[in-house]
Design a protein around this ligand. Structure first.
Ligand SMILES: *[C@@H]1O[C@H](CO)[C@@H](O)[C@H](O)[C@H]1NC(C)=O
Ligand SMILES: *[C@@H]1O[C@H](CO)[C@@H](O)[C@H](O)[C@H]1NC(C)=O
Ligand SMILES: *[C@@H]1O[C@H](CO)[C@@H](O)[C@H](O)[C@H]1NC(C)=O
Ligand SMILES: *[C@@H]1O[C@H](CO)[C@@H](O)[C@H](O)[C@H]1NC(C)=O
Ligand SMILES: *[C@@H]1O[C@H](CO)[C@@H](O)[C@H](O)[C@H]1NC(C)=O
Ligand SMILES: *[C@@H]1O[C@H](CO)[C@@H](O)[C@H](O)[C@H]1NC(C)=O
Ligand SMILES: *[C@@H]1O[C@H](CO)[C@@H](O)[C@H](O)[C@H]1NC(C)=O
Ligand SMILES: *[C@@H]1O[C@H](CO)[C@@H](O)[C@H](O)[C@H]1NC(C)=O
Ligand SMILES: *[C@@H]1O[C@H](CO)[C@@H](O)[C@H](O)[C@H]1NC(C)=O
Ligand SMILES: *[C@@H]1O[C@H](CO)[C@@H](O)[C@H](O)[C@H]1NC(C)=O
Ligand SMILES: *[C@@H]1O[C@H](CO)[C@@H](O)[C@H](O)[C@H]1NC(C)=O
Ligand SMILES: *[C@@H]1O[C@H](CO)[C@@H](O)[C@H](O)[C@H]1NC(C)=O
Length: 439
């Protein structure tokens, strides 16, 4: 027994060195593999930052008459240079004095305050914008409330009440963002605004339900980031001019109205981060102008409809964190067309690995031959050495072998590492034994 032992250990050493070289070689092939990629169809989304234009648009026409002295005093009380007011903001051309039609207060210092005298003399305003103006709100005189066509309040005026806003009955555009609004429901705010075309009441902590009766001329509805509850009313599908609908980050439940396909003007839709259930309505196939669709973080189920491939203008599709199941019905051509595509977080959803490359990192598992996920979805790999992909060359379904090779690539490395590590352990045991044996 004893004489054969050294020979056995010699064999072991040989084996160990052999496996270590495989590990290092497969380790070096990895970086070279990641170098070439040129373009990535599922490139990470560039965050859309809508920076509001800080400076008001100058009006080209020279103003024939000087600004109303009362308005000059009002502007001075608001720390706004009155000399250039009509070149900064729009004025009418009445005589002997002209009057302001629009005013934008941005980045106010907190020592200015609104006075009812100033507001009274500004009752010619049609457009009024507050942007980053932490000044205390006051009651608007009736004339000003009625003359306003557009009112924006973005992170300004501390807080507002629904009753305060509801008096602006002639508005076509209302924007209230990042301001708490004390209102028992949206209907209190917009119920009497019969000319409304665009309404944004977002991050305003509004409670209650989405009104059943919305004005049919609305093109833009954004109620995101509130505490709205209940179902999306079917009547919303009567808004035939609606282009933008954002109901994200509320507590909405129930199903997406099956008649949503009637809203053929829709371009940008987000119903994300609610508790919506049921499946994606088939009628959405007729929303051929759709550019941006976000249904993420709901409890939607059923299979993912194939018709998304046929929406030619679609650039953004987010279906992640739902309960969709079955085989993802897309091939690489739709993924190349989309700027953003997300389906992760659907545990029963899988992709056909002869159609889509695993390198697309969809965040879901490949399917077995029955169309069921093979394994739990791979953890979203963040390590920087994994390039997005180089699928533009090889993801067309004619090249199966290269995909298989890629698919087994990582497994080889893991195997090599495991063998290498266990060999090192053996080596240590061997050295210990050797010292004992010799000693
Ligand atoms: C207001 O402040 C923001 C940053 O806080 C800045 O980007 C913007 O240009 C400012 N706007 C004006 C009109 O001063
Ligand atoms: C007032 O607001 C409306 C709607 O947003 C817009 O169409 C119009 O150009 C604005 N007018 C001025 C003077 O800014
Ligand atoms: C605003 O609405 C009121 C009644 O609701 C009306 O009397 C007034 O003429 C309107 N003002 C403008 C500028 O349209
Ligand atoms: C939002 O409303 C709830 C009650 O509905 C209130 O407790 C909370 O303070 C409000 N949050 C803000 C930021 O106003
Ligand atoms: C909100 O409005 C209700 C009823 O109008 C009032 O009782 C309550 O004090 C208001 N809350 C705030 C924070 O203004
Ligand atoms: C909707 O807008 C059109 C003009 O675009 C206008 O003629 C019509 O009266 C509006 N409808 C309502 C109900 O205000
Ligand atoms: C919806 O609103 C949220 C936040 O209010 C915003 O992040 C998102 O981009 C909006 N989506 C669309 C489609 O307008
Ligand atoms: C999808 O969800 C709805 C409502 O929660 C449920 O009635 C239906 O059975 C579900 N369908 C599937 C295929 O899981
Ligand atoms: C609509 O969606 C597209 C694509 O994601 C985006 O570029 C655009 O800014 C969105 N428009 C609005 C008004 O949210
Ligand atoms: C991908 O699918 C679309 C529609 O589902 C089809 O028109 C197209 O030919 C397919 N492309 C490939 C490469 O299979
Ligand atoms: C995957 O795609 C291939 C080729 O299109 C097809 O033959 C196979 O049935 C698909 N597998 C599943 C599970 O759908
Ligand atoms: C990658 O990691 C960063 C920070 O660790 C995280 O914020 C980000 O969400 C991760 N991205 C993915 C795709 O997992």
């Amino acid at each position: 027994m004893r004489p054969s032992l050294p020979f056995f250990f010699l064999l072991l050493i040989l084996l160990t060195t052999a496996t270590i070289t495989t590990v290092t070689s497969s380790g070096t092939t990895k970086p070279t593999k990641t170098l070439p990629p040129a373009s990535a169809p599922t490139s990470s989304p560039t965050p859309r930052t809508r920076t509001p234009t800080p400076t008001p648009t100058p009006v080209a026409s020279s103003h024939p008459s000087p600004l109303d002295p009362k308005q000059i005093r009002a502007l001075q009380s608001l720390n706004i240079p009155s000399k250039s007011a009509c070149s900064l903001y729009k004025c009418d051309s009445s005589k002997p004095f002209s009057h302001l039609l629009s005013l934008r207060l941005s980045n106010c210092s907190d020592d200015i305050s609104l006075s009812s005298t100033a507001l009274k003399s500004l009752s010619t305003l049609q457009n009024l914008t507050f942007f980053n103006c932490p000044i205390a709100p006051i009651h608007f005189p009736n004339d000003l409330s009625l003359s306003l066509l557009s009112f924006s309040c973005i992170h300004s005026l501390h807080h507002l009440s629904g009753v305060f806003l509801s008096r602006f009955v002639n508005l076509t555009d209302l924007t209230v963002t990042n301001v708490p609004v004390n209102a028992s429901g949206l209907y209190v705010i917009i119920g009497n605004m019969h000319k409304l075309r665009s309404v944004t009441i977002s991050n305003a902590n509004v409670t209650g339900y989405i009104p059943k009766h919305l004005h049919s001329n609305l093109t833009h509805v954004d109620f995101s980031g509130n505490q709205l509850k209940g179902k999306i009313p079917t009547s919303i599908t009567l808004l035939e001019n609606l282009q933008h609908l954002n109901l994200s980050s509320n507590g909405l439940n129930g199903e997406i109205p099956s008649s949503i396909g009637d809203l053929i003007a829709l371009k940008n839709v987000s119903l994300a981060s609610n508790s919506l259930s049921g499946s994606v309505p088939e009628s959405m196939a007729s929303l051929t102008d759709m550019v941006h669709l976000d249904l993420s973080s709901n409890q939607l189920n059923g299979t993912i409809p194939r018709f998304f491939s046929d929406l030619k203008k679609l650039r953004y599709l987010n279906l992640q964190n739902n309960n969709f199941h079955g085989v993802l019905p897309f091939n690489a051509s739709i993924l190349e067309k989309l700027q953003v595509f997300k389906v992760g977080g659907n545990t029963n959803l899988c992709y056909n690995h002869t159609v889509l490359s695993s390198k697309l990192k969809l965040g879901i598992a490949p399917c077995d031959k029955h169309g069921l996920p093979i394994s739990p979805p791979p953890a979203k790999d963040n390590s920087s050495d994994d390039s997005e992909n180089d699928s533009s060359d090889d993801d067309d379904s004619d090249d199966d072998s290269s995909q298989k090779e890629h698919h087994h690539g990582p497994n080889k490395v893991v195997l090599g590492l495991a063998i290498g590590l266990s060999s090192i352990v053996f080596l240590i045991v061997f050295v210990v034994l050797l010292s004992k044996w010799c000693g």
